[in-house]
Ligand binder design. Structure first.
Ligand code: SF4
Length: 125
């Protein structure tokens, strides 16, 4: 299956389940889509954590071209989790990209709703 067909199939699956695609979904609906994916067993790439600017940029380069409807890929590549991570219990709340009042991840390559206790490997302070 080629990439475009796969994205079209995914978009259709969102419409069948939620009546809307991620690109058109409201904040609450996107939260629901994300939480449902994890409830359905989604596993994301939490390692390796990008230790250098170069590694960080490489991850952004992978994320940047993704379509807004490629929600699953965004979550997988960013190593998204619905809980704090690591011995330091890193979480969105302390990340420089987290907009507390909007409950939103403002990193342009992600641009998704997030909750204070969630985390991804693009976490930065
Ligand atoms: S970059 Fe990751 S850790 Fe930071 S706010 Fe966005 S989702 Fe949360």
């Amino acid at each position: 299956m080629n990439k475009e067909a796969s994205l079209a199939d995914q978009s259709q699956a969102y419409i069948e389940r939620y009546g809307v695609t991620p690109a058109e979904a409201s904040h609450d609906m996107l939260l629901r889509m994300i939480e449902d994916m994890f409830a359905d067993g989604l596993v994301t790439e939490v390692e390796p954590f990008p230790e250098t600017d170069r590694e960080f940029s490489k991850l952004l380069d992978v994320l940047r071209p993704l379509d807004a409807n490629a929600l699953r890929e965004k979550l997988v590549i960013s190593g998204w989790l619905l809980e704090p991570y690591g011995p330091d219990q890193m979480r969105c709340q302390e990340c420089m990209y987290f907009l507390v009042h909007k409950r939103w991840c403002d990193l342009p390559e992600l641009n998704l709703p997030a909750k204070a206790d969630w985390w991804c490997r693009l976490w930065r302070i």
